[in-house]
Design a protein around this ligand. Structure first.
Ligand code: NAD
Length: 456
């Protein structure tokens, strides 16, 4: 039996003992997880620095702090979430009670990407633990230092028949997908999401797919330009644009284009300096393949800011491109790097029409002070989630479920949504034995007439 089989079988046996379902067990596991992250905080941050050159500030903010908040949020509410929920019963079911019981799925698989290699492996794990499941985590092979620390942390903290990591590349991932998991939580690209869903379908395993896509930012003519520029620059260039919810491109109103672009350039310089390639804290591109893919996009349209790159350091400057349309190569795929194309519009309906021809994005950001414009965008453009007058912040609150729709994903998590995602809701009708209404039984013309009156 190979390692994957062995761990899968041992988790299946452990789950059947029912131990992982107890509230006290779940809370203890969440406590242990938080303590382990705290213990390894510096090692995690230095691994992320090695893999992506994220500064301690950025690493802590986006990969660790957010997890502490999530664990505390879940622990505080878990007892309440686990309680069976009594609901109303229809008049036709007189004498019975209706109750919904959340129950864990069983053995779950979490496949993680490289761009937030620690956070995106642990955040779903919090949901899996909270809901009472066991879990196998497959970290990304493109961030080996973080993957190694993650594995060490999990091995030190949990028995492998409860929680384990299995390191490896796409082949390992595919071998894992052959197992009949009870739930699969995948974060990664849309093409691989399709493969995961296809494999899961073979066992009818339910999935959550947290995927990517091209998320727009729309800057309307009445927007607070300084703030819009600052928040877009932050959302786009954090992790050098390698963020699933980074604004991929901007639609800016023609009337304020010049003023906005000035503010945007200023905001970038304020954050990363005049020479971002020499800024020791500006993140690198994850590897040469991605560097080369992005490098080819630098000559698209008209380069008005940035554009320099350093293959040795694997870094590309924050870059702004204008004179872009939907036919430009940079608009044909998710950019996932520090390159920001700008398109313009005069009337909002043209933006709505253009976006309706595109796959539904993971996020959308609108900058405006006008409630009607806000309503028009929310009502007419489908997208996973987003912000009005900000970028990315919607995913950092445990009160909002986070996820995509269509090509950007299926399902959601964070906070209660994570518990729901990793739980099956079992509906139970408890019938009385004190009496038995004869209505449903065949054999009487009178009853049939009564039934017809009920269901007219
Ligand atoms: P990816 O799809 O290449 O890889 C993700 C995981 O899948 C990795 O662990 C990888 O080993 C595994 N994998 C790769 N090829 C596979 C295959 N053929 N079969 C089975 N498994 C395979 O994604 P990535 O490059 O690591 O991450 C970037 C993508 O993830 C972007 O599209 C980004 O938008 C998306 N993303 C989405 C979210 C979200 O929350 N929605 C978060 C982060 C990243």
């Amino acid at each position: 039996m190979n390692q994957i089989n062995l761990i899968f079988q041992s988790q299946t046996c452990f789950f059947k003992t029912g131990e992982s379902k107890a509230l006290s067990f779940r809370l203890q596991a969440l406590n242990n997880l938080k303590l382990a992250i705290k213990k390894h905080e510096n090692t995690i941050l230095s691994a992320i620095r090695q893999d992506l050159n994220k500064s301690e500030f950025e690493g802590f903010l986006t990969e660790i702090g957010i997890l502490y908040e999530e664990i505390d949020f879940v622990k505080k509410r878990l007892k309440q979430w686990m309680k069976p929920k009594r609901v109303k019963t229809a008049i036709t079911h007189l004498g019975s009670k209706s109750v919904i019981y959340p129950e864990p799925y069983g053995v779950t698989l979490i496949i993680a990407p490289w761009n937030y290699p620690f956070q995106l492996a642990i955040a779903p794990l919090i949901g899996a633990i909270a809901a009472g499941n066991t879990a196998i985590i497959k970290p990304s092979e493109l961030t080996p230092h973080t993957s190694a620390v993650l594995t060490q942390l999990i091995e030190e903290t949990f028995d492998s028949d409860y929680i384990a990591t299995i390191e490896g590349d796409a082949k390992t991932s595919q071998a894992l997908l052959k197992q009949p998991f009870d739930y699969i939580f995948f974060t990664g690209s849309t093409p691989v999401g399709k493969i995961v869903m296809e494999q899961a379908a073979k066992h009818l395993t339910p999935v959550t797919l947290e995927l990517g896509g091209k998320s727009p930012a729309i800057v309307h003519e009445d927007a607070n330009l300084k703030l819009a520029a600052k928040r877009i620059a932050w959302g786009k260039f954090t992790n050098a644009g390698q963020t699933c919810v980074a604004p991929d491109y901007i639609y800016v109103h023609e009337n304020i284009k010049v003023a906005f672009l000035q503010e945007l350039q200023q905001a970038i310089t304020d954050s990363y300096g005049e020479q971002p390639l020499d800024n020791p804290d500006f993140p690198k591109i994850v590897n040469d393949n991605h560097f080369n893919r992005l490098h080819q996009l630098l000559d698209n349209g008209n380069l008005i800011y940035g554009g320099k790159s350093d293959l040795e350091k694997c870094k590309i400057e924050p870059t702004i491109l204008t004179d872009i349309d939907w036919e430009t190569p940079v608009m044909k795929e998710e950019i996932f790097g520090p390159i920001l194309p700008i398109m313009t519009y005069c009337q909002l309906p043209t933006v709505i029409t253009a976006l309706s021809g595109q796959p539904k994005p993971l996020a959308l950001y609108l900058f405006t002070e006008n409630k009607q414009i806000e309503q028009q965008v929310v009502d007419h453009i489908p997208f996973g989630g987003g912000c009005i007058n900000d970028t990315m912040y919607h995913l950092a609150t445990p009160h909002l479920p986070f996820g995509g729709v269509g090509h950007s994903g299926t399902g959601s998590y964070h906070g209660k949504a994570s518990f729901d995602t990793f739980s099956h809701y079992k509906s139970i009708l408890k019938q009385t034995t004190k009496f038995d209404l004869p209505l449903r039984y065949p054999g009487s013309e009178k009853r049939f007439k009564l039934i017809k009156k009920f269901f007219k």
